[in-house]
Ligand binder design. Structure first.
Ligand code: ATP
Ligand code: MG
Ligand code: MG
Ligand code: MG
Length: 479
């Protein structure tokens, strides 16, 4: 079905057999004795070299074989004369599907800045860096499904349009069918958003968790993996307005089981990438090393593959929030007043600066932080015995900070209702959620992993906008 992909052709023994290659031209080089065309079809980081003789094709045709043009090349697969590859194509025929005017095509063979490439999200997958990232992203997504499938989880599709605001952070995009010129009003004259969606309130989902819990209360172990939306006007390197979240939810799991699962899960999917994306990871590792060259020795990062292997091979540190605060209070930047957000004491929410200090400077490995103060966590988390903290867990990673947020869920109806009131949620909006605690409640736990943060970690990319094909953030490109 369809033509062979370049990744397969490169693995084929060169026996002078005829072959058809389709792909985009990366470079064209003409020497006295030959014309070399490097073709790539996105199936691999490697190009295949196609070689023609001078005079074999008309000057007019060769003028349209430009960087970025798309070709069908027919020829013989022969042993390569050059170094670095085993096969090449001796061209007998060229068909140009589409040329790319060198005056206009932005991806000329030179190094482009990531900022520039963000402006041309429609073309950047044609670069080595982005095609490598997208292949790794694909492999990680595949590994996620494989992992959960093998562990007996069911893939549950939670709604994108929903009324629930799981996180209570008010970061929802509204969905509305209302005529904005003729808005329905309440008796007091305010806009009646309850009429948003054919008579109901509606938002884009900020998390599939609440619905995921309903699934776990029937199928025992489920996971969601879908688009998630948060209207945060955030310009950090780790927030997007549209991202993908993986949310497993398990009946009969306590916090410790939840931590074990989270740790095993990230290690296994990273291992999958290490095994199956070697060439792409090597490419990205070299790219990062190139960037690091200009930095002083002590600011250079570990080679990417070593960094990934370290995370896979070593147990994560597990500490409580209270222990973390003690460490931060005693830390050097705290004493020297160098934290941008000073640690004022027990009860503060941790910034990514604090999280990264714990991971990168103190423990020098991923950290799972547990038992946060109830005031800074969501209503659905199970209260600890002292009533001050909740059975929460955040997994913190080097270079990023929080990558996973999770908890054991409150299964006690009265306690949950108390929390709903405490944080000011209208119980009527979550009646269906509360009912799961009324009818056959069960201990259960789950977590949410931001998929892009995982891809960021595995690819070593500094900005989350560079690990999703079409990033959505304030002022992002319009397509
Ligand atoms: P942060 O503290 O970084 O804003 P959060 O605590 O608000 O994250 P959670 O509600 O715990 O996030 O969501 C679970 C996971 O989803 C996070 O650990 C993170 O990996 C990811 N995530 C959250 N918000 C975003 C976002 N805007 N863009 C990308 N990933 C996100
Ligand atoms: Mg947030
Ligand atoms: Mg957080
Ligand atoms: Mg969180």
């Amino acid at each position: 079905m369809g033509p062979l992909q370049i990744k397969d052709i490169l693995q084929t023994a060169p026996e002078n057999q005829s072959v058809v290659v389709k792909g985009w031209v990366r470079t064209k080089r003409e020497s006295k004795n030959a014309i070399f065309i490097a073709l790539n079809d996105g199936s691999t980081i490697h190009n295949i070299q196609a070689v023609a003789e001078p005079g074999q094709f008309s000057a007019e045709l060769l003028l349209t074989v430009t960087t970025g043009s798309c070709l069908k090349v027919t020829g013989q697969l022969v042993e390569s004369q050059g170094s670095g590859q085993t096969v090449e194509v001796k061209i007998t025929d060229i068909e140009v599907y589409g040329t790319a005017d060198p005056e206009q095509y932005p991806l000329q063979p030179k190094k482009h800045s990531l900022e520039f490439l963000r402006e041309i999200a429609h073309l950047r997958p044609r670069t080595n860096t982005f095609s490598a990232i997208l292949r790794i992203r694909h492999a990680l997504a595949f590994a996620v499904h494989q992992y959960f499938n093998e562990k007996g989880f069911f893939y549950l599709h939670t709604p994108v349009i929903t009324a629930s605001d799981a996180e209570g952070a008010g970061e929802m995009f509204r969905v509305t069918t209302l005529d904005l010129n003729n808005l329905p009003r309440t008796e007091e004259g305010a806009i009646n958003f309850k009429e948003d969606f054919f008579g109901r309130e509606a938002n884009l989902t900020v998390s599939g968790q609440l619905e995921g819990e309903l699934g776990a209360m029937a199928l025992s172990k489920i996971y969601t993996f879908g688009p998630t939306f948060r209207a945060e006007n955030s310009n950090t390197t780790r927030h997007l307005a549209e991202f993908w979240m993986i949310e497993p939810e398990m009946a009969f799991f306590e916090l410790e089981d939840n931590m074990d699962l989270a740790e095993d899960f990230v290690k296994k999917v990273i291992t999958y990438a290490l095994t199956n994306c070697k060439d792409d990871l090597n490419f990205l590792q070299n790219r990062l090393a190139e960037e690091d060259k200009n930095k002083p020795q002590n600011e250079r990062s570990l080679p990417l593959l070593e960094k990934l292997a370290f995370v896979v091979d070593n147990p994560f540190e597990r500490i409580t929030y209270t222990q973390a605060i003690e460490i931060l209070l005693k830390s050097k930047p705290q004493k020297e007043g160098k934290f941008q957000f000073p640690v004022t004491g027990w009860g503060i929410d941790l910034s990514s600066e604090h999280e990264r200090y714990l991971v990168e400077k103190h423990f020098k490995k991923p950290v799972i932080l547990t038992n946060y103060p109830r005031e800074i966590k969501s209503f659905y988390m199970k209260l600890d015995e002292d009533g001050k903290t909740v059975r929460a867990m955040d997994v913190l990673f080097p270079g990023i900070g929080e990558i996973i947020g999770g908890s054991q869920r409150e299964e006690d109806y009265e306690k949950l209702l108390g929390r709903v009131h405490e944080v000011g949620i209208d119980p009527e909006n979550v009646w269906w959620y509360l009912e799961t605690r009324k009818f056959g409640t069960a201990p259960h736990s789950g977590f949410g992993l931001g998929f892009e943060r995982l891809v960021q970690f595995v690819t070593g990319m500094g900005n989350i906008r560079d690990v999703i094909p079409f990033p959505r953030y304030p002022k992002s490109a319009e397509f």
